[in-house]
Design a protein around this ligand. Structure first.
Ligand code: SF4
Length: 113
């Protein structure tokens, strides 16, 4: 049995998920069932970080993935992000890296700079 706190809404229901049957209990709505099953089988997260930028008012540029990526790919993505450098100017939402670490998600800027 795995336990999660549902983060879909502020209520934060305590979910219990049977790892064999994927039966979810503790949820107050159907969204919790889906969330619990996903967390138990393929947890996804939006990755947020910063990259180096040259010629801008700050040394680091906030970035994020444009969609959730598998949690077990976060380390591979961070290795790529850690070595990436960008040059100013950039626009908000600009794609910096397509298909980040083979996840299918793009790394985009969170602001202009
Ligand atoms: S199970 Fe439903 S009510 Fe409970 S936190 Fe998740 S979304 Fe909110």
């Amino acid at each position: 049995m795995k336990e999660f706190i549902c983060t879909v809404c502020p209520r934060g229901c305590r979910l219990k998920v049977d790892e064999v049957t994927l039966n979810v209990t503790g949820n107050s709505c159907p969204k919790g069932t889906e969330y619990g099953k996903n967390e138990a089988t393929n947890p996804l997260r939006i990755l947020t970080s910063t990259v180096l930028i040259e010629g801008a008012i700050h040394r680091r540029l906030p970035v994020r993935t444009d969609k959730p990526i598998p949690k077990d790919k976060l380390f591979d993505c961070m290795k790529t992000i850690h070595t990436y450098k960008e040059k100013s100017p950039v626009k908000a939402g600009q794609i910096l890296i397509k298909d980040l670490a083979g996840t299918g998600a793009n790394l985009i800027t969170s602001r202009e700079m």
